[in-house]
Design a protein around this ligand. Structure first.
Ligand code: FDA
Length: 504
């Protein structure tokens, strides 16, 4: 495909990208998807596609010499991380000056590594975050469409109450209850029936074998099994893997030219190609799409792009924390890696928090209760292009996470007080630290809807150029974000195909 022209290119294969490709394919538009990561369908020498969480090999990480797991320590010992060969593995940790961001790499983007929690945001908060979007249309049409196409399903609550695999969640629920806090079941794209059969031995174990952040070998309906499989089925969509888009420019006729580097899985450059297209969809995620747009603006390739590009970034208020339970209150050596419950204190007027009750599937009793708190931190960061490194740097300081830490602390102080427990200080690095305020799972913003783009993701100052991913959401959505990213992409691409694209 070097030097060729295609009608539509979609950069990336995450949620927003997958929606765009499926709907373009259905409309009969030849579409090429360019993904910097690998297709995860071939087993390694151990017979498995993905490596495990406890003894990860090179498949775990995107070009690292050592794994960089979110829980890097236990009793302050660096027992979790391993030395590995740099390789096109599935989980990346992009380290900016004062914030690190975890993202998935491969066909399916974040869906390959995430916890699968499929949460539709509270309507009132959606309206607060994206007031220009017709919420009625979203909740009547696009959220249901996203949920069904993603194959979101619900846990059998009777099984949940009985199974040893969710003891950790029941313990956390009881403790939250003692502090007057309510919990809610969280839908997922992991097939709960598969998980139940894992427990009885009828299906191979994945969630029940601790697999998640380095990929699930079974059970999870990641995008390659849903949106992308259907997109390929249209016969109009092609995916090229290990193809990284380096830059975007325009030609006189208004078409786009992409400079694309193809590598092998160890990073050796195989080819540098130029691919041109009429319609260009950016689905490279908050970090990837923002960087491509900033680079294009700052190098003069697309000089008319808005000064809003790079702004409005946030970590969705992510703060991770853990509590230590009493010896008589174990959380279980057996823990499903897929979260099933959240503590819902979002209606709290001073410090709203939605806290996922996260597992710690260590394979042994740890007495730990772990949480990923989503807080309503109003602070925002900005991406700035650095010409010397040709990278987008994130201007975000650690103290900008103080409101998030304060909200999480306010909630878990109440839980600790009601249960006579304390925080764990040994899990987030080699110093005393109870709140992980230096990394996130939910990067949002950078090309915000209605600011850097119009109300349907059309990039301001360019024609036939669209943002379709998490970059559109201004830094916070109050729950785990992929359902919102998917539903918003559904809404936008429907309009764009109707109004902008010549279909046959
Ligand atoms: P996404 O990041 O999914 O996809 C972008 C794709 O573009 C990637 O495949 C990337 O490799 C590719 N790309 C980037 N730059 C490129 C370039 N220049 N050229 C070619 N390809 C390029 N959310 C949720 O709702 N529920 C959950 O339970 C969780 N849990 C969770 C756990 C962990 C560990 C992580 C890291 C994340 C989550 N998330 C989550 C977050 C969720 O996964 C995330 O919000 C979405 O994947 C974002 O979707 P996007 O479409 O924005 O991009």
């Amino acid at each position: 495909d070097g030097g060729t022209h295609v009608p539509a290119v979609v950069i990336g294969t995450g949620y927003g990208a997958a929606v765009a490709a499926l709907r373009l394919g259905e409309a009969g538009v030849e579409t090429l998807m360019l993904e910097m990561g690998q297709q995860w369908d071939k087993p390694g020498s151990d017979g498995k596609v993905f490596t495990g969480m406890l003894k990860p090999d090179e498949r775990s990480s995107w070009f690292k010499k050592r794994t960089e797991a979110p829980l890097g320590s236990f009793l302050w010992l660096d027992v979790v991380n391993r030395d590995i060969t740099p390789y096109a593995g599935v989980l990346d940790r992009v380290n900016y000056d004062q914030m690190s961001v975890y993202v998935g790499r491969g066909v399916g983007g974040g869906s390959l590594v995430n916890g699968g929690m499929a949460v539709t945001p509270k309507r009132s908060y959606f309206e607060e975050v994206l007031p220009q979007v017709d919420a009625a249309e979203m909740y009547d049409r696009y959220f249901p469409r996203a949920n069904s196409t993603l194959r979101v399903n619900h846990i059998d609550t009777k099984w949940f109450e009985d199974t040893e695999w969710y003891k950790f969640a029941r313990v956390s629920r009881d403790q939250a209850g003692k502090a007057g806090l309510g919990t809610t079941f969280v839908p997922n794209v992991y097939d709960w029936d598969h998980m139940r059969r894992e427990a009885t031995g009828e299906a191979p174990k994945s969630a029940l074998a601790g697999e998640v952040i380095y990929g699930n070998n079974h059970g999870k309906m990641s995008l390659d099994k849903t949106y992308l499989a259907t997109a390929l089925g249209t016969g109009k969509v092609t995916i090229r893997t290990l193809h990284k888009v380096k830059s975007v420019r325009t030609q006189k006729d208004g078409s786009y030219v992409l400079t694309v580097e193809e590598t092998d899985a160890y990073g050796k450059t195989l080819a540098v190609k130029e691919i041109s297209c009429t319609y260009l969809f950016l689905g490279a995620g908050s970090l990837g799409s923002t960087e491509l747009l900033l680079r294009a603006r700052e190098t003069g390739a697309l000089p008319d792009l808005s000064s809003e590009i790079g702004k409005g970034w946030g970590p969705n208020g992510n703060i991770m924390t853990a509590r230590a339970n009493h010896m008589w209150n174990p959380t279980g050596a057996k823990q499903s890696s897929i979260p099933a419950l959240g503590i819902d204190d979002w209606n709290n007027p001073t410090a709203p928090v939605f806290a996922e009750i996260a597992p710690m599937p260590a394979g042994l009793e740890t007495w730990v209760s772990l949480y990923l708190a989503i807080t309503k931190n109003p602070e925002r960061g900005t991406f700035v292009y650095d010409a010397a490194s040709d990278r987008a740097d994130l201007r975000w300081t650690r103290d900008q996470n103080a409101p998030g830490v304060a909200a999480a602390k306010s909630l878990f102080d109440r839980v600790n007080k009601a249960n006579g427990t304390i925080y764990r200080y040994d899990l987030f690095g080699t110093r005393l630290k109870a709140f992980a305020d230096d990394f996130c799972y939910h990067p949002l913003g950078g090309a915000v809807l209605g600011k850097a783009t119009d109300l349907y993701g059309r990039v301001a100052g360019a024609k036939n150029l669209y943002v379709t991913d998490g970059s559109l959401i201004p830094g916070s959505i109050g729950v785990n974000p992929f359902v919102t990213i998917t539903a918003l992409a559904e809404r936008n691409v429907e309009r764009v195909i109707q109004q902008d694209i010549k279909t046959k």
